[in-house]
Design a protein around this ligand. Structure first.
Ligand code: VGL
Ligand code: ZN
Length: 175
């Protein structure tokens, strides 16, 4: 599960995660690994007037607006390895941090008989965290590959705390 590896979350983007692009090689390596039956990429995919944007009173600059270049998957990601794209964050009034929120992701995985997920991508302290926690709540086994995540760190240590939270909830966190 490659979370939100999109232009707006990488350096030069509207809501750049420091070193967000540095995970590309590891993502491609994982995506090509035959131990995975399915590679899903989520996209943060907001309407232009999404409630999380600062001009609507939300915490974030305008980012990942549907059908804009900023919302596209980062070009360094090998798209040929991505089986399914899941768009999230489309509901006006919720942050939509989790890939499971307002999407068919849970059904999609269950339909395919998938019960274990490796969650990677951006950002550790928001969408990766919320996706991993929801996956655990929905009964999936969850691993987080720390070489393939990066965080926003609005407050210093947010990413470390997020990893801790995922570990406490039952995720296997490591490289
Ligand atoms: C994200 C902030 C706002 C993320 C999405 O992908 O982690 N963070 N929207
Ligand atoms: Zn967003």
């Amino acid at each position: 599960m490659i979370v939100d590896f999109q232009n707006d979350f990488t350096p030069g983007g509207a809501l750049a995660v420091p070193e967000g692009d540095a995970i590309a090689d590891r993502l491609n390596e994982l995506a090509a690994d035959p131990r995975f039956d399915l590679v899903v990429a989520t996209r943060d995919w907001h309407p232009p007037d999404h409630g999380s944007f600062a001009d609507r009173g939300g915490p974030w600059p305008v980012h990942c607006v549907q059908d804009t270049d900023g919302a596209e998957l980062h070009p360094a990601l090998d798209r040929s390895r991505v089986d399914v794209i899941v768009d999230k964050g489309q509901d006006q009034d919720t942050e939509g941090y989790s890939g499971f929120q307002g999407t068919r992701l849970g059904e999609l995985l269950r339909e395919r008989g998938i019960d274990r997920l490796t969650v990677v991508g951006l950002a550790t302290d928001y969408c990766v965290k919320n996706t991993a926690l929801d996956a655990l709540r929905e009964g999936f086994e969850v691993e987080v590959d720390t070489a393939a995540v990066r965080g926003v760190d609005v407050e210093e240590g947010d990413s470390e705390r997020a990893l801790e939270e995922m570990r406490d909830a039952g995720a296997k966190v490591g490289e």
